[in-house]
Design a protein around this ligand. Structure first.
Ligand SMILES: [Zn+2]
Length: 276
């Protein structure tokens, strides 16, 4: 009796093995099969987005406009990347003073299948001009802070300058917190990598560039929501602060800020690719 059971058991094992071994072999083959460009994590295409442009100057200080500074830092960042990272392709949403709709900025990144999207902006506040200054790096998310909401609202408000915005933005209301919370869900797949990059940017600004880092924050920026890759929006400083406005307009200041973003990106790329 015992023997029979044993034999039956063994037979079952054999049957099981006949099924399991090919399955394992199949999984092993599939596991080691890496279609080009799919299985390996590479950071080799970056979209740099200079905020605003053309009829949309963005915010301003005493003597300068956001769109001009954003473009200068964006181009400097692209130049440094191209000079130092041979395997990285840089794509700009704009390389001159022209108006681009928010939707189209995100689409440039999506169509080109970019690995990272970096949007560059300058900040401003009414009142408290001397007291409030420094850098902030945003990732898409539900803002718990009223100040973050105000900044997102200002950056999103360009939508209202676009033609047919009601149709194009599918009910997105830049003035409604609820609308922004709902839309923030779509960037969740990339939130971890976006936060990783954002933290590196702010760390570089604080420790290497010597800026006053106001930290990594979350808010509902339209341009971040529509991208399907890790994305950050960098507010490089406050034009409403006279001292910071000077720094942001200084060529060396622009080079330092761009270098900080570059080093953050380089370290992020190294980390992502080390997971391969
Ligand atoms: Zn802006």
């Amino acid at each position: 009796m015992r023997k029979v059971i044993l034999i039956t058991f063994n037979n079952r094992n054999i049957v099981k093995n006949i099924v399991i071994i090919p399955c394992l072999a199949f999984l092993l083959i599939m596991g080691s099969f890496k279609p080009a460009g799919l299985a390996l994590y590479k950071v080799d295409r970056i979209v740099i987005d200079a905020g605003h442009g053309g009829k949309d100057p963005g915010t301003h200080g005493l003597f300068s406009q956001e769109k001009t500074i954003a473009l200068k830092i964006a181009k400097e960042l692209g130049r440094i990347i191209e000079e130092n990272l041979n395997d990285v392709e840089v794509i700009y949403t704009r390389s001159n003073d022209k108006f681009i709709e928010l939707e189209d900025r995100a689409m440039v990144a999506n169509k080109n299948d970019a690995d990272v999207f970096i949007s560059i902006h300058c900040n401003a506040v009414p009142g408290n001009k001397d007291r409030i200054y420094g850098t902030e790096t945003y990732v898409m998310g539900a803002h718990v802070d009223e100040g973050n909401f105000e900044i997102a609202k200002r950056e999103n408000s360009v939508i209202l300058m676009e033609e047919n915005y009601e149709e194009r933005y599918e009910g997105f209301d830049p003035e409604s917190p609820e609308s922004l919370i709902l839309f923030s869900i779509f960037q969740n797949a990339y939130i971890e990598n976006s936060l990783d990059l954002a933290e590196r940017v702010e760390e570089q600004f604080e420790k290497r560039v010597g800026r006053n880092s106001r930290g990594v924050r979350q808010a509902g920026f339209w341009v971040l929501w529509r991208t399907s890759m890790p994305s950050v929006l960098i507010e490089v400083g406050y034009l409403s602060n006279p001292k910071e406005e000077k720094y942001l307009n200084d060529e060396l200041g622009q080079v330092y800020l761009a270098s900080g973003i570059y080093r953050a990106l380089r370290d992020y790329k190294t980390e992502i690719e080390s997971n391969n």
